[in-house]
Design a protein around this ligand. Sequence first.
Ligand code: RM4
Ligand code: MN
Ligand code: MN
Length: 407
Amino acid sequence: MTDSQKAYEVLDEQLAARGIDVGAVKARLAQQAIETPSWGYGDSGTRFKVFPWRGAARDVHEKLADAAYVHRLTGAAPSVALHIPWDRTDDWVALKQEAESLGVRIGAINPNVFQDDQYKLGSLTSPNPAARENAIAHMVECCEIMRATDSHLLSIWLADGTNYAGQDDLRTRKQRLEAGLAETYRHLPLGGRMLIEYKFFEPAFYHTDLPDWGTAYAMALKLGPQAEVLVDTGHHAQGTNIAQIVAFLLDEGRLGGFHFNSRKYADDDLIVGSVAPFELFTVFCELVSAGEMADNVAYMIDQSHNIEAKLEAMIQSVINCQVAYAKALIVDYAALAEAQRAGDVLGAHRIYMEAYETDVRPLLAKVREEKGLYPDPIAAHRAGDYAQRVAQERGVAASSGSGYPSA
Ligand code: RM4
Ligand code: MN
Ligand code: MN
């Protein structure tokens, strides 16, 4: 028996003794799916410097190949989000087939209305009617791409906002936002969902038109049942309780999905769970305890690497989502409810902590082995030659296909 197998035997016994149905937990872990972002495979960085990574994907085809590789190693990343126009191609049906032939599928379509000169003062909320019209036209184009690629998600993030008090009228901008989203909503494919992402600042520094979950939620309510809120874990003010936001939106049936990443200060786009793993655990606890209410939530990573090697950073993020989910699955929710009813403050908290402090790595290794995967995807990646191969084939991209500014 290997050390990992021995550790699993011990853990299996401990969990069973706690009354956890280990077979059911393993079945749920085996089903977990996290979408990776195409833009996480190309060069990206900060506004100060983009350090090119040898082997970074240069176009959408290489991004799909990398995403498929991450899925082969983790068994948990079956779809790829696209960013338009970064990933634009002239044959969407062919791209969909290409993804499928690689073993992945196209996930959320992300319109990009923040990199064109015309959007200097905003997109859907711009004071310039032509910019607003073009932004809507781009959203409609993205709905067409959804149809062609069989994607069910239109994932909208706007950079709209102002830098100075008085720069534009806040109420008028709110009305333009509503009108632009409503026009877009009308073009969603049948069964398609609009995910509305919020972020409290950056690139705008005085006000942002979609600053928080409440604004996104209010918009979703006005638009209709196909509109939901997307929570990007990096988009909150310091100290915000993200688990509470998740609980509220789940209970109202308006949690559309996540963009997972980590941040220490602002929107840092670091490896998921690297800064605040306990927060990530509390988010997954809300999802697990909500049961069927969380069935349609879309799990996506939104990461932009600066100094770390891209492929292993993405693999690590998928693993960290698995760890958080595994820990949330082994919370004794029946005992928790009992402690909560009894008003046992510390007792209830300790039930959470018992799960959080459990080392679930042997459990995940077992689940992977049962799926025919390597027990440790990072070790497998480092032992394999994929990174070396793409480094040789692709070299250092002169100008990256990521679309990232200055990359
Ligand atoms: C934004 C936001 C969006 C992402 C862009 C690249 O900060 O998180 O989801 O598409 O960055
Ligand atoms: Mn995001
Ligand atoms: Mn972001």
